[in-house]
Design a protein around this ligand. Structure first.
Ligand code: SF4
Ligand code: SF4
Length: 472
């Protein structure tokens, strides 16, 4: 509380955020990596993921990109299959499956995604921070207290910029394809200003993220991080300090030996688990939302335990229930409900994908007068259609309407490239006796050059013939 009549700032609580000083300024973190089995494994995963991100735009499946999210043409190619906006059900089922899978993985393994596979962690901890350590040398080790020369600073940011540009170009390749990207790279930005602006904005955002925001993205901005408290339960895998074994903590005094030491726990209060933490927390304070599950504190503490001759695992992967001395259980309501839901969704997804036709025929709302009468009194309908070829090769389509006396279209037959859609207008003459109440039911049939048929019922409009007039 601010004392009445003074302009003194309110007293800050001990600690609001691990990245905030008591005066409210940013506490810049300079975590020291701790060598160990988890760092080695995470480095391997990170290198694989970074390589995969850079390589996927070049991978082709059946002559098509393995992954291309062409938003401009509203075509999404996944593993060589092109999906169109009409595949809404597939997209919805796919997204739902991803969400349920995330819930399940989090319930079982906690924040394993954050610590091991999230691009923010992977690029920050295994690309940008190592470059920072390399460029800053001993200045990094002093925690930034010794002033960094302008040359080193410039070198660091120049490398960051090159990396951010490379990542932004790779990111863009997922939306436009590598061929288009290379064409753009070789031409003037004025020829493709929108794409250039997207690339520049992505580069700028990456620079802001990796130079300035860093761990704030995980601790303050990421919605997944905020959801942890509801996604985890007492049996979920977490990284935790074993308080019952570590406390009361205290340093080891070799000589003369400290008699009080025998009453102490295993934690020697070396702070190495804090110094290595990329989000700046002290895991000994218990489970915290800021913990991204990176396991660096496990590696740090294991080395300390080995050096003082005590068993590893004072900080370890465990669960809240196991820490309380009970047996953690894999089978619990959420680990049963999520897999059942997931299997159901994936089954549905597979059924929809298998039953998905390689032709789509949509009747569009026509803006012209819907019908006219011929001299003989029959009804001419103008029908607008969208024909989509979802196959992996170009196909030639012809249209038939069983109920039509005649059919005319300047656009038919039409050849449609693989994965493309074409709008077609046809004039169909329907016998007047087919109309009832101003409507007639017809069957549209697309026949392609492979002999495949795709039928779709439709209704066409006509005049409300007087009683008996429609049936001569
Ligand atoms: S507490 Fe440990 S696991 Fe959690 S973020 Fe810090 S170093 Fe990583
Ligand atoms: S690294 Fe281990 S021994 Fe050192 S302070 Fe952390 S928990 Fe205690």
């Amino acid at each position: 509380m601010t004392p009445p009549g003074t302009n003194a700032p309110p007293a800050a609580p001990d600690e609001v955020l691990s990245t905030l000083n008591r005066d409210g300024s940013r506490r810049w973190l300079r975590p020291r990596p701790s060598a160990g089995r988890f760092l080695t494994a995470r480095r391997l995963v990170a290198v694989t993921l970074i390589a995969a991100f850079a390589a996927i735009p070049y991978v082709r499946v059946g002559g098509k990109p393995a992954l291309l999210l062409d938003i401009a043409r509203r075509e999404f190619t996944i593993l060589g299959t092109t999906y169109l906006p009409t595949d809404t059900l597939l997209v919805a089922l796919g997204l739902l499956s991803v969400f349920v899978a995330i819930f399940l993985v989090t319930a079982l393994f906690g924040r394993v995604w954050c610590g091991w596979a999230c691009p923010q962690t992977v690029y920050l901890e295994f690309l940008f921070r190592p470059i920072e350590r390399l460029c800053e040398g001993r200045h990094y080790r002093t925690g930034g207290r010794s002033p960094l020369s302008v040359g080193r600073r410039l070198l660091k940011y120049a490398i960051y910029l090159l990396l951010a540009m490379f990542l932004a170009h790779t990111f863009l390749a997922y939306f436009v394809g590598v061929e288009q990207l290379f064409r753009w790279v070789r031409s003037s930005p004025f020829e493709h200003p929108t794409a250039f602006a997207v690339m520049a904005a992505t580069t700028g955002l990456m620079m802001v993220d990796f130079c300035w925001l860093r761990e704030q993205v995980c601790t303050l901005m990421c919605p997944y991080g905020r959801l942890q408290s509801v996604l985890l339960d007492r049996d979920s895998l977490i990284i935790s300090y074993d308080e019952s074994r570590g406390e009361p903590r205290g340093p080891i005094r070799r000589s003369p030996p400290d008699p009080a030491e025998t009453a102490r726990g295993d934690c020697v209060d070396c702070h190495l688990c804090v110094v290595t933490c990329p989000t700046g927390i002290d895991i000994r304070r218990g489970l915290q939302m800021e913990c991204v599950g990176c396991a660096q504190c496990i590696d740090a503490c294991d080395r300390v335990m080995e050096s003082v001759g005590r068993p590893r695992g004072l900080i370890r992967y465990t669960s809240q229930r196991a820490l309380a001395g009970a047996r953690a259980s894999i089978v619990r309501p959420r680990t049963v409900i999520y897999p059942v839901l997931l299997v159901g969704l994936l089954g549905l997804l597979a059924a929809v994908a298998i039953g998905r036709s390689n032709t789509d025929l949509t009747v569009l709302r026509t803006r012209a007068t819907p019908y006219a009468l011929t001299t003989s009194g029959d009804v001419v309908n103008s029908i607008s259609l969208k024909i989509t070829n979802r196959a992996t090769h170009a196909r030639r389509f012809e249209l038939e309407i069983d109920e039509a006396l005649s059919l005319e279209s300047a656009q038919l037959p039409v050849t449609i490239p693989a994965g493309a859609a074409v709008d077609v207008t046809v004039q169909a003459v329907i016998a007047r006796n087919r109309f009832d109440g101003g409507r007639a039911a017809v069957t549209l049939r697309l026949v392609d050059d492979d002999g495949q048929r795709h039928e779709r019922p439709a209704t066409v409009l006509g005049p409300l013939f007087a009683q008996g007039e429609a049936s001569p």
